[in-house]
Design a protein around this ligand. Structure first.
Ligand code: SAM
Length: 292
């Protein structure tokens, strides 16, 4: 990382990565953070702003002074698919995207992302976007639903699950949906019993509702235009559909279009210790490339 450069955190979430970037950037730097989720941005904004002040003991008690070495921070509520509209071409030193949902989104039952807590079937990262999981589950025809579950969940039992969903409509809650899927697709072999039968279908609905793969493709298309020569892009993905898109875009950018140098021949994965500390890291794959 270059102290004083301009960096983008394309998925601010709760601001963990943004905070680490800001710390290393220092005062002449600029951090631009994006998220589709205004609730996440608000929380991250408070955290990052609070970090811009130092606690200093003074004779009158504790006082807070602006941190001399903290970068300018701009937080934007928008999809990273629109990144090219937010910055000038060729001005960015580095961009990081940590894909998927945040723990804030997963843990809040009312957002409807989790089959482990009962909530409304929502699943929108951006509460202002139109399409909810409830609309998808209750209004797609059986065939379209099966295709979504197969394509975005890589679920072999997609037809059977889609049939069961259509027969059980209307479905309004995550718990009801998880129950319908569990009854329709009981795991047949012991290896499958480790994951909940609804895991793949919930992943598929979430990806479809938030147009996640389209957004990722749009981001990867914009990256070569906004990076400076020598600038770097780092993407952390959590399932094979995302990882394949990133791998192909980096390889194409290196071999065909010649604007990337791939920095990770194989994806970087978490160590056993890190996976133990943070189970979500178990499926994370990090790939990086440099603009040439
Ligand atoms: C895994 S979390 C990021 C966590 C973050 N790195 C941290 O340290 O807290 C992913 C975040 O990306 C956001 N997100 C997902 N797709 C997005 C998109 N297309 N544009 C902007 N933000 C997106 C989600 O709303 C979520 O807050």
């Amino acid at each position: 990382m270059r102290c004083g450069g301009t960096y983008i955190d394309a998925t601010v979430g709760l601001g963990g990565h943004s905070y680490e970037i800001a710390k290393r950037l220092g005062a002449p730097g600029h951090l631009i953070g994006l998220d589709k989720d205004p609730a996440a941005l608000e929380k991250a904004g408070i955290r990052l702003q609070a970090s811009a002040f130092q606690h200093k003991p003074s004779p009158e008690g504790e006082s807070r002074e602006p941190e001399a070495d903290w970068p300018e921070i701009t937080l934007l509520h928008r999809s990273f698919a629109e990144i090219a509209d937010a910055v000038e071409p060729g001005t960015i030193d580095g961009i990081l995207a940590d894909l998927g949902v945040s723990s804030l989104q997963l843990d809040e039952a009312a957002r409807g992302f989790s089959f482990q807590a009962d909530g409304p079937l929502d699943m929108r990262m951006d509460p202002q976007s139109e399409r909810t999981a409830e609309q998808v589950v209750n209004h797609l025809d059986e065939r379209q639903l099966a295709d979504v579950i197969y394509e975005f969940g890589e679920e072999r039992r997609s037809r059977r699950i889609a049939r069961a969903i259509v027969r059980s409509r209307p479905i309004r809650s995550t718990a009801h949906l998880a129950e319908v899927i569990s009854a329709a697709a009981r795991p047949m072999n012991p290896a499958d019993r480790r994951i909940h039968p609804a895991t793949r279908t919930f992943q598929a609905l979430r990806i479809f509702v938030n147009r996640e793969l389209d957004d990722l493709r749009a981001l990867l298309e914009a990256v070569p235009r906004i990076l400076k020569p020598g600038g770097r892009v780092v993407i952390i993905s959590f399932h094979s559909l995302e990882d394949r898109i990133v791998k192909d875009a980096f390889r194409g950018g290196e071999k065909k279009d010649r604007y990337f140098r791939v920095l990770t021949r194989k994806p970087v994965t978490a160590s056993i210790e890190e996976s133990d500390r943070n189970p979500r890291a178990r499926s994370a794959k990090l790939r990086a490339a440099e603009r040439v």
